[in-house]
Design a protein around this ligand. Structure first.
Ligand code: CA
Length: 480
């Protein structure tokens, strides 16, 4: 490698500007000096008397260069200032760089923080989802428990109802057989009395004072066939003999003999009774047209022009109305007290003509009100004794139209639209919807407003609301 040899001689011009001469002049001057001062001491340069002072810079280039390079000191000065400005710029840029680095670090920290927060948010979401699932699970479990509890309640109620139904069943049968016997004997006595009266008109007829008044229950009463003379059948206007009639429930009557009618009829309904001239309210024997079913009912001949067949009555809470389908079908209670006539009887009665329904009510302050419907029919059992109701009029308010076209529901037969059995909650059979605006077969609470877990009183919502149990209620029907 070639090492450049640079030689520079600078002559400083003391009193004048600097000038540059080329290399040939320098060489000549050097040649003169070397000739003139040969063998003498060379004086200091500063003391040399020269016409002008000049500074020279000899730059001996590499061998390729043929002449000296002249570098102006002005240019060097300019470079220094440029250098300074560049350094300042560099410093500024360095500062900016530092600032940006700081910002970058800050942003990095923020990004880290964001990442941490996002992770936490994801964890929180997972936790919320887990809690939500737990909550749902608990709700479902509670719902299941409630359903199970309802099912158990219904089982208990059914069992209770069945027990209640089973226990007195054989006693009822015996009782019915006995009452039927007594009744037949009463009829026989009446018949004989009539015959005696015909034979001897001056003799006054004997008053029947039997407190048991009923009609035959079934064909299990052989005494009837054995003891009834053929003449007895004439009493019933040529009807088939009683023992062959369809079995039906009989009612023990415990009222004073004054209210008991001597066995005439049977009539189609209480309006028929009135038309026959019987204007006293009381118990009458009925046989709806197109059926052999005989039944007894209370005829109300005083209220609203009379002729009303009472199909239901509440007045003192003496009868339990929380009963089975079979009991609601056949009827129960006491004819001169609280009773239910029976859905089967209602069906036969209301099938023979267009009937209207009147619901008479009395509250615990003695205020009376009524609701009347211009048509009332009960469909057959195959249609669950569905209710067909006409237009309302009255002053009690309409709390039954909501139940129009609804099937009958009892504690052991749920035909209502509610998920549970309305009869369980309202403690009685009714044409429930989901569940009721009225239930006259509920629990008879004393005093009006009652407190109960369920709305189970004898109520007519439009009159005093669902939590007011009425004192007296009677449902009655009459041909429209
Ligand atoms: Ca139901």
């Amino acid at each position: 490698m070639e090492i450049p040899v640079t030689c520079a001689v600078v002559f400083l011009l003391v009193f004048g500007g600097a000038c540059c001469v080329d290399g040939h002049q320098e060489e000549a001057s050097n040649a003169d000096t070397s000739k003139g001062d040969a063998g003498q001491k060379r004086p200091p340069r500063a003391t040399e008397n020269k016409p002008s002072r000049c500074s020279y810079t000899f730059i001996v280039p590499q061998q390729k260069l043929t002449g000296a390079l002249c570098v102006s000191t002005e240019t060097a000065r300019v470079n220094r200032s440029e250098m300074a400005s560049l350094r300042a710029l560099l410093d500024r840029q360095q500062e900016q760089l530092d600032t940006m680095r700081g910002q970058l670090e800050q942003e990095g920290a923020q990004a880290n923080e964001m990442r941490v927060l996002r992770r936490e948010s994801v964890n929180m979401n997972a936790r919320i989802t887990q809690l939500y699932a737990q909550l749902l699970n608990e709700i479902i479990q509670k719902k299941d428990q409630a359903l199970e509890q309802r099912r158990l309640e219904s089982l208990v109620l059914n069992a209770t109802g069945e027990r209640q139904h089973e226990r007195p069943h054989h006693l009822e049968k015996k009782y019915d057989a006995l009452t039927s016997l007594v009744s037949n004997q009463s009829q026989l006595i009446t018949h004989l009395e009539k015959q005696c009266q015909l034979k001897n008109p001056t003799k006054a007829p004997q008053v029947i004072t039997s407190v048991m008044y009923s009609v035959p229950l079934d064909q299990s009463a052989p005494l009837h066939q054995e003891q009834s003379p053929p003449e007895l059948l004439e009493t019933f206007d040529g009807l088939p003999s009683l023992p062959t009639d369809t079995p039906f429930t009989s009612y023990p009557v415990t009222k004073s003999p004054g209210s008991i009618k001597t066995p005439k009829g049977p009539w189609n309904d209480c309006h028929h009774v009135l038309e026959s001239g019987e204007k006293t309210s009381g118990i009458y024997l009925l046989r709806p047209r197109n059926t052999n079913t005989l039944l007894q009912a209370w005829c109300d001949q005083s209220r609203a022009q009379g002729g009303w067949t009472v199909i239901q009555r509440r007045q003192d809470g003496s009868v339990n109305f929380f009963r089975t389908w079979e009991q609601y079908k056949q009827g129960f209670g006491n004819l001169d007290g609280e009773y239910w006539l029976g859905l089967e009887h209602l069906h036969w009665l209301t099938s023979q003509a267009t009937y209207k329904l009147r619901v008479a009510m009395e509250d615990w302050q003695g205020r009376q009100a009524f609701a009347e419907y211009d048509s009332f029919q009960v469909e057959p059992e195959s249609d669950w004794y569905r209710l067909r109701l006409g237009s309302y009029q009255g002053n009690a308010g309409d709390s039954l139209s909501w139940h129009n076209n609804k099937a009958f529901t009892t504690l052991d037969r749920d035909k209502d639209a509610y998920s549970g059995n309305c009869a369980h909650y309202q403690k009685g059979g009714w044409w429930y919807h989901m569940c009721a605006h009225s239930n006259l077969n509920g629990v008879w609470y004393r005093g009006g407003h009652y407190r109960s877990r369920y709305q189970d009183g004898v109520y007519w919502a439009e009159l005093h609301g669902g939590s007011y149990s009425l004192k007296k209620v009677a449902m009655m029907i009459k041909p429209a």
